[in-house]
Design a protein around this ligand. Sequence first.
Ligand code: SF4
Length: 395
Amino acid sequence: MARTQRTGIRQVRQDVHERPFLVIWEATRACALVCQHCRADSQTEPHPMQLTTAEGERLLDDIAGFGAPSPMVVISGGDPFERDDLTELIGYGKRRGLSMALAPSVTPKATRERFAEAAAAGAKAISISLDGASAATHDGFRGIDGVYDATLPTCRDIVDLGLRLQINTTVTAQTIHELPEVLRQVIDLQAFLWSVFLLVPTGRGDALSALPADEVEDVLHWLVDVSHYLAVKTTEAPHFRRVVLQRRRAGAVDVAETFGLGPTYRRLRAALDDLLAERDLPTRVPRPPLDINAGRGFVFIDHLGGVYPSGFLPVPGGTLRERTLIDIYRNAPLFQQLRDPAQLGGRCGVCEFRNVCGGSRSRAYGVTGDAFAEEPTCTYQPTGGAVLDAAGAPT
Ligand code: SF4
């Protein structure tokens, strides 16, 4: 499949009807932290029925069985360092030709030695959470004091070991004011990629406040600005792709004026300008956002083998204890429907960006109970024009 120009949207090489680009495996729910926004409601002990080593290896066989180009695999949790067989599983996936990454928690188990072991076994990238720029905010999120102070040296160890560091930041109404300072830290930590997650109301996330639609729009436009200096991706905000295409089409304009943005954008932009005035940050060609969505290029497997379109969309397509991942991904009705833009309702169903955006199906489900309802945090009003492709051209 052809890729678009560097400034458009990146279509993955995989035919997303046949195989995912990214597989996230929640290898355990055990975790020492009690994060407020954790989708998993993590436990201190592993569930007695969590997938065994042999079942994990069968899962990795199944992922490799999708064929080339193979999906990327992220072993997450809970905390994957709670599994004694973690290095074995990473090595197994590597030998099956899979690109392996980890999403651990920062606990006393996240030592430099364990990261070195993961790297030696074949892990290429590590994602670490940083949700605030201060101990009060970050530790408040994580539910335990001291996590913030441990996170910064952990990130330095990861980079020092030659692993790619991704920093994940959850944005909520309570923490948005710290976003510019988090950006500063992400740059200082030499992260390879900043993943900004727009909270979905599910699990413990219910206790936090998601941003209203107009502020989400402000943040997405600010992230387009940031992407000229740092590789950025969004999680559960596919409308970032719509914003990227709109900005590309608009060219050099007064962004706040042209797009009717609010005070949050102006404040974030001013903070970015301050940072640029202080630092001589080199500009970069923005990393085009990937055209994947729940069940369309993306699949999540929970600790018991349940297969979901997303970790934030708690409706399973099936379980690995009854069917193969390949069968569920390709044939489960839920997955097939999620790959069909004609199933979308509300504004998403008539939107000219529906083929390249489609809205967060997890948020639609979390807010309305209907996974095909319109994205609740998108301000865009469809114009009735032709459906657009990944280059922003009419199809
Ligand atoms: S209306 Fe839906 S499909 Fe259109 S840009 Fe918004 S979220 Fe995306």
